[in-house]
Design a protein around this ligand. Sequence first.
Ligand code: ARG
Length: 585
Amino acid sequence: MEKFVDLISRRVSRAFEEAGYDASFGKVTVSNRPDLCQFQCNGAMPAAKTYRCAPIQIAQTVAEKLQDDAMFSMVSAVAPGFLNMNVSAQYLCDYVAQMAVTEQYGLQPDPDAKTMVLDYGGPNVAKPLHVGHLRSAIIGESLKRIHRYFGNKVIGDIHMGDWGLQMGLIMEEVRERQPELPYFDESFTGEYPAEAPFTISQLEEIYPTASAKSKEDPAFAERAHNATFKLQNGERGYRALWDHIMRLSVEDLKKNYNNLNVSFDAWLGESDAQPYIPPMIEDMKKKGITTESEGALVINVQEESDTKEVPPCILVKSDGATLYATTDLATIVQRMQDFAPGKMLYLTDKRQALHFEQVFRAARKAQIVPETMDLEHIGFGTMNGKDGKPFKTREGGVMRLERLISEITEYVRQKITENQVVDASDVDTTARLVAMAALKYGDLSNQPTKDYVFDLERFAAFEGNTGPYILYTIVRIKSILGKYQGAVEPQALMAPETKEATDLMLVITRFADFMWQAYRDNAPNTICQYIYELAGAANKFYHETRILAEPDARKQAGYVALMDLTKRILESCIDLLGFEAPEKM
Ligand code: ARG
């Protein structure tokens, strides 16, 4: 379907033409004075300059052309030359009714939709997920859903940190604790045990211990380096141990991301890119784009137009080790080969912006990607505590994701229990759904690049600009629909008779505008803004309208159809944000 405001623009543009002016002056926008009118066109002002006459005169002539059009209930020319317009109730209703029976409420997919890789999550195996990984998961999941809604084929890749020194540290620590294990016996040729010599919670303790030890004990650090080297050279025992770590970690990660309603299509990691590194570097050398710098192999990525220094992208250090950037470049090679995407989108903390700038430039220079390739990094801000510093536990430690989720869920559970609306058997499920809405909406309602303050009481409030408020609106509508005896029919929608019904329908017509903005700008916050407005209009309508007590069955069916459409749109939107509504709350 064509966007509502575009339809009106097209009609007004034609009126400009009919009046003898250029059609381009007829652009219409949603009114910024809703107390005066619903839509406005300011084109008479610039037109007056072109045609050297008074703007009000132009506005008046154009208004006359629109007087008898069924699209409008009011068109007036206002000094100094504005065109103020209201659409007719019937025209508005017809459009909304069309939305109600059209897939995705008439939103057209992007004609330029592509295959794309969305790189988000980025957890490091054997390290517990902490709130730093939360934003990548929440924003990434939402962007994945938004891009799919517009017809893109999105491959969500978790891109685990599963290679390098962190693995060596774990292995060396395990070796110190259990040197008798066959993994460390070079002469061992038998089959390694199927069971890992540690549990996931032991692993989560092993890594920080080893990491701390390596900082104090250079000999230990050296041995960990050695272990890393052995792993990277494919030594059998180390590889077997790595497999154990991966199996346990992936299982644990799946559970955690599942709790967040976040899922990935590709469970790949840094390790999967390693085989692509040697041929990639050979190719880069052949292309003559690498240089030696203090024993390291680098690609210069500074461009003439740069106003700041962009340091070279280091591929191989003087000791022969490859780096984070090398792996990211090789990952691009792998993705081109496996998925042939037209776009790659990365989500990390904004402190990694320079890293991605270097990687993208190097990838283009090395022609790993075609020129048309869209490479984009979205750097997000930090989730802070009320003290304005990165969010911590009350004791000041790193907040684990599991604990954060259980604290929010517990808080919400108490509220729900006090309200006594939810059956005891549903309290758990409901608390989980409401907690997810509080957490995700609290995050997504901010622009991704901005830092924000995590405030449990505010995020979990049932009133105000919060996830639970949106859920509450949906639940309230569900309850009305549940009590309605008849069948809900979109055809029953009626031309609005009140301001509240009109306003609600007008917000509904703006669905596609907001979705496009969210999509184009990678800004789920726009969807939050939209559903907050929609929920507000729905609640006003509900307060001012007798729905279930309405004696006129035709009117009642119309109200119910409007509520139903509102609910469906709200549900589609929260699905794009990555959460869902309970039956009651
Ligand atoms: N594991 C990394 C970290 O914790 C994030 C990975 C992001 N993705 C990427 N392709 N570099 O910082």
